[in-house]
Design a protein around this ligand. Structure first.
Ligand code: SAM
Ligand code: ZN
Length: 475
């Protein structure tokens, strides 16, 4: 194995946020080099479904699994043919309808300070609990304006509107201080009153669409739910980007100062913007051949790929793989399931096939000690031994700035009867999971390990911990 150069990510991969997306071109090279056309490629921790799409592109047959329904949603979304004009017109109809509602006009329309015409407020900047500034780009005089002392109208509540509900106290990564800061334990408190109401109106409009373009609109909706929470930090004045923010850190962030973004303006951007759904679908059409898929492994002979929404500990056979490539959870580094609740509370309501069960996630946190992570990873790796054909390759990626994560991984590898025979440090262009925590050093790279079957299973179990420490040091 050798270190490779990451290339620019095609737009289809840029639409939905997911932490630690792997470099697509490097994964495709690894897939192509280790398989022949038609071979089966397995990834039990598929995340943003990179292994699925790159295998399809390389005319291999992917079998992927993830416990997060976002994975299934992405494969499903890109499997269909949409009428892009209809996506756009449906979206614009919904946007125009909402813009006429008093709930919207009252909250998000003001007079341009330059030309006096009506403009949509792009965002409110909240400082210490109060909306101190607004910014907008006027469509009439084309000025981008930031104004202080905005008049904040009392928001009009709407009765009988479906909204998500979820008790954030169930999440190990949520602290009492966070709950206090956002004003309550229900997930609706992640948004201001006006934003949760407008998001719910928008969501209900999307639900009532009765053509397949509905999925494309839902994709845009998922692009904006986190960007309209109270967790979006203000950029420094020096950045001079009054219309821009992000939810950068992978944590539930209770911010004193935050940017409240207009969900309808954001939705419009998530339709026609640079990484909006129209561009993503166009990129998908250029990048991928058409494919069909099934979620039942029994269909493997008859489809182009399989995607399973499940706990991969349950997948121990039913097919054989010519190559396994996977990027397992890095101990406690990113709480994928907990953080994804911000999207998944909507997704489960959108379609019950996207049901979430956080309990089986392989992760380290307050409710899941290292011993469980080791057992779970051992189980998955043993399953992989059953699934991988003899003398075939297994590549696993990993990184962490925490030695306990390394020890746990190494113990699981040893226990499963695999052995690390090669390793490579792969520099990433963008954030790896660990980079979200570290600014430099190993954090901006990932380790790629080549595993083979250890012919004398379990002989290293007792010194597993020492061995991992050794791997880590020699790296
Ligand atoms: C490091 S991420 C993979 C990211 C992926 N490589 C990408 O490019 O997007 C690890 C993934 O493991 C998934 N996961 C955790 N526990 C799981 C389980 N029991 N079964 C299946 N997937 C699981 C998480 O949902 C997460 O998507
Ligand atoms: Zn103006």
């Amino acid at each position: 194995m050798f270190s490779r150069e990451e290339s620019v990510r095609p737009t289809l991969y840029r639409g939905l946020k997911y932490w630690g997306k792997k470099p697509h071109n490097i994964w495709r090279d690894l897939i192509v080099e280790n398989t022949n056309s038609g071979d089966v490629v397995y990834d039990p921790f598929a995340g943003s479904a990179l292994t699925f799409f790159e295998s399809i592109k390389a005319h291999r047959k992917p079998v992927i699994c993830d416990i997060n329904p976002l994975t299934l949603f992405l494969v499903d979304l890109y499997s269909k043919e949409y009428d892009l004009k209809r996506v756009k017109s449906l979206a614009l109809n919904i946007i125009n309808k909402i813009k006429k509602m008093p709930a919207y006009k009252n909250a998000y329309v003001t007079k341009c300070a330059n030309c006096g015409k009506n403009v949509d407020i792009y965002n409110f900047k909240h400082l210490s609990g109060k909306a101190e500034y607004i910014s907008y780009k006027c469509p009439h005089c084309h000025k981008t304006i930031t104004q202080d002392n905005p008049i904040v109208p009392k928001f009009l509540e709407i009765k009988d509107l479906w909204m998500p509900t979820f008790d954030l106290e169930k999440l190990s990564s949520v602290t009492p201080a966070f709950i206090k800061k956002i004003g309550g334990k229900d997930i609706t408190n992640l948004w201001t009153n006006q934003n949760i109401t407008l998001l719910s109106i928008l969501f209900n409009e999307i639900l009532s669409v009765d053509t397949i373009e509905k999925d494309a609109l839902m994709f845009s909706f998922l692009q904006i739910v986190h960007l309209t929470t109270k967790m979006c930090a203000l950029r420094g004045k020096g950045a001079n980007r009054p219309l821009s923010t992000s939810w950068g850190r992978p944590a539930y962030l209770g911010l004193t100062n935050f940017m409240e973004q207009n969900p309808i303006v954001q939705f419009e951007r998530a339709i026609i913007g640079n990484t909006g759904v129209l561009k993503c679908l166009k990129s998908r059409n250029e990048y991928l051949p058409q494919y069909n898929y099934s979620s039942d492994i029994k269909d493997i002979e008859n489809v182009d790929g399989i995607v399973i929404l499940s706990d991969c500990k349950n997948i121990s056979g039913g097919f054989k793989a010519d190559f396994i490539i996977t990027d397992p959870p890095y101990g406690s580094v990113i709480q994928y399931g907990e953080l994804s609740q911000v999207w998944n509370v909507w997704l489960e309501k959108y379609d019950e096939k996207y049901k979430v069960s956080l309990e089986d996630e392989i992760i380290v946190n307050k409710n899941n000690p290292y011993s469980k992570y080791i057992n779970d990873m051992t189980c998955v790796l043993k399953n992989c031994r059953n699934i991988l054909k003899k003398k075939k390759t297994f590549i696993l990626t990993f990184n962490s700035n925490n030695n306990d994560d390394w020890k746990a991984l190494s113990t699981a590898i040893d226990n499963s009867g695999f052995e690390v025979v090669e390793k490579c440090l792969q520099k990433n262009k963008r954030s790896s999971e660990a980079n979200v925590q570290l600014k430099e050093g190993i954090g901006i790279s990932d380790y790629y390990f080549l595993l083979t079957e250890n012919l004398i299973p379990n002989w290293r179990v007792e010194c597993g911990t020492q061995k991992v420490a050794m791997i880590h040091e020699t790296l």
